[in-house]
Design a protein. Structure first.
Length: 200
């Protein structure tokens, strides 16, 4: 490929990614199927009786990035989440978060049980399969694209948990992304894919 062709390809890719972030594909009404998936999968359970399991998985805990790299990633995530223009909003996202916040408040759910509810909602919204729109779009795209891989599961988990009452961050290892949640002032690892309420 010539230098000019390479530059044109890069400009095209940058504009494509920007278009998904400025004009998200999911901002044109509520995707009721996605809202219903969260309601059907997650709201019928008694989260106050959920058994949170803590496993000692040193191998997983030790494979995360070194402290400096994780600090940089955390800083970037903070900037993106707290940008002044909220490009991540969508009717579907707003409705799902409203339902989950109400569930937490009315049923007095706290601590690890909020993380379990978050994990349930994440898995109700996403199936594991690569999707360009969820990979390169805004957070709101994750609520309607229906598919994603580990990074999308982790980012969606972060967005939900941060909005319904538990602090979360994405952890990147050499080949995988998962999350940490702050429970009783202690960071616990959680795999956002799957429905088990297991921490390590």
């Amino acid at each position: 490929m010539s230098k000019g062709g390479f530059i044109k390809l890069n400009i095209f890719l940058i504009l494509t990614v920007l278009s998904f972030n400025i004009f998200p594909q999911s901002n044109f009404g509520i995707d009721q199927n996605q809202v219903d998936a969260v309601i059907n999968d997650c709201l019928g359970r008694d989260w106050t009786k959920e058994n949170c399991r803590y496993d000692n998985d040193e191998e997983r805990a030790n494979e995360n990035m070194n402290g400096l790299m994780q600090f940089i990633v955390d800083g970037i995530q903070h900037l993106v989440r707290n940008r002044p223009i909220q490009l991540a909003s969508s009717p579907t996202r707003d409705k799902v978060l409203e339902i989950l916040k109400n569930e937490v408040k009315t049923k007095n759910i706290f601590g690890c049980k909020i993380a379990c509810l978050t994990k349930c909602a994440t898995n109700a919204l996403l199936d594991h399969e690569y999707n360009f729109y969820s990979k390169y779009g805004t957070i709101s795209n994750l609520y309607t694209c229906k598919t994603g891989v580990c990074t999308e599961f982790s980012n969606l988990f972060d967005d939900i948990s941060d909005n319904i009452g538990i602090q979360s961050r994405t952890i990147y290892s050499s080949e995988h992304a998962y999350n940490q949640v702050k429970i009783d002032n202690d960071w616990k690892y959680i795999e956002p894919q799957g429905f088990s309420c297991r921490f390590f």
